[in-house]
Design a protein around this ligand. Structure first.
Ligand SMILES: C[S@@+](CC[C@H](N)C(=O)[O-])C[C@H]1O[C@@H](n2cnc3c(N)ncnc32)[C@H](O)[C@@H]1O
Length: 396
């Protein structure tokens, strides 16, 4: 029942019946549950960005812990000690990266219909201003049905302090009208404007080729004393304030030793954090842009014992490692990667996950390979949504 809160009394309409469950739609809230609050965003319920604005923040944290516990029980058939969820330093305006289709709004739940917004209450106000400024350029909009038009997405990133931003105009074509300078004048915090060329039909946001139209292609972010150059295409945690806590949690579980392997390394945020505790760290990352950023970041921070290997984790050469850190995208690492990690005979594995279901699936495979889950510590990287980040420790 989308939009329901625990303890609500609701009038509902059943819209779909299956053998073991049915789906419904709320017609009226007869009596609100004790954890229901008024969602502050005017498009909440229509926009697909957030699912939980109608739950008090305390309840969100409590239920996210249950989601992680439940995943371990149902998917992995394991009872794992799941810690209380560490709250986000800020439950609103925490996102420092956005990807706005056509620069107009976010997709509605389960559809490609755009719900327009002027401001998004979970993203930094500077990103709202960047999106509004791009909209004012009135570039011809892309139509996904006919695969014509120009502007597909506005992807923007800003730093934690909110004094730097960079924007990519994702376009269906090789040329973009020369408006980058006027965009930078409209939003003085913009360090640069990039055109990302994506002429392929389909859902993938970014294309393979980017051209810097003006200024720089990256912002500088500082997390716990480490400096990162993050280009607009690279992965960096969307909530940099919570990322500081996450990286600290991962580093604490990783401990110290001779060798560490950081798989799915992004711009090196975890690898560089591990560098002082290990003689050498090897990091593997598929994205060429992120690898370039990672090399630059090692140099910026005066770190010389981390080696970045561009490429797929699935293709990495066999090697020994005392500690392996995995931080895969939502689909998880999968059995092939788990098997090669087990062959490295690490004493500890740190699994940083943004999807409890794939974490639990991989936990089962790790356990079968002799690496038992010890603790799982969730962290709220994505307040107001049903998503939860988690750092799990496995030992031999
Ligand atoms: C969840 S992010 C983690 C990044 C980094 N550890 C951090 O904390 O910022 C996952 C990263 O894995 C990379 N990636 C995705 N699939 C991959 C694969 N098959 N092999 C190597 N890297 C991959 C993505 O480009 C992305 O940078």
């Amino acid at each position: 029942m989308p939009g329901a809160a625990p303890g609500d009394r609701l009038e509902i309409e059943v819209v779909e019946r299956k053998k073991n469950y049915a789906r419904g739609r709320i017609i009226d809230v007869l009596a609100p549950g004790p954890e229901r609050v008024a969602p502050p965003c005017p498009v909440f319920g229509r926009c697909g960005g957030c699912q939980w604005q109608h739950l008090s923040y305390r309840a969100q944290l409590r239920w996210k812990r249950e989601i992680v516990r439940d995943a371990f029980r149902r998917v992995a058939h394991m009872d794992v000690d799941v810690a209380e969820v560490v709250p986000s330093p800020n439950p609103w305006r925490y996102r420092h990266k956005t990807a706005v289709p056509l620069g107009r709004g976010f997709y509605a739940h389960g559809s490609h219909a755009i719900v327009p917004f002027e401001e998004c209450l979970i993203q930094h106000p500077l990103l709202d201003r960047v999106v509004v400024a791009v909209r004012a350029l009135e570039l011809p909009l892309y139509d996904e049905r006919s695969h014509t038009g120009l502007l597909r997405h506005v992807v923007a990133r800003c730093n934690l302090k909110g004094d730097q931003a960079v924007v990519a105009l994702v376009v269906n074509g090789d040329t973009v009208p020369d408006r980058a300078r006027s965009l930078m004048q409209a939003v003085p915090e913009l360090r640069g404007v990039v055109a990302n060329i994506n002429t392929r039909p389909g859902n993938v946001i970014l294309g393979d080729r980017s051209v810097t139209l003006a200024g720089e292609d990256a912002i500088t972010e500082e997390v716990d004393g480490l400096v990162f150059e993050v280009s607009v295409e690279s992965f960096f945690q969307v909530n940099p304030a919570a990322a500081a806590t996450l990286h600290g949690m991962a580093a604490e579980v990783a401990g110290s030793g001779a060798s560490a392997l950081d798989l799915y390394a992004g711009v090196g945020s975890i690898a560089l954090r591990l560098a002082p505790e290990f003689e050498h760290v090897t990091a593997v990352e598929i994205s060429a842009a992120a690898c370039r950023d990672a090399e630059r970041n090692a140099a910026l921070n005066g770190i010389s014992n981390v080696r970045f290997i561009p490429g797929r984790v699935e293709d990495m050469p066999a090697q020994r490692a005392d500690v392996v850190v995995l931080d895969p995208p939502r689909k998880g690492a999968g059995p092939e990667v788990v098997a090669s990690v087990a062959r490295m005979r690490p004493t500890r594995v740190v699994y940083v996950s943004c999807d409890p279901a794939t974490l639990a699936r991989d936990a089962r495979s790790l356990a079968e390979a002799g690496l038992q889950p010890r603790t799982a510590a969730p962290l709220d990287m994505f307040p107001q949504t049903a998503h939860v980040e988690c750092v799990a420790q496995f030992t031999r």
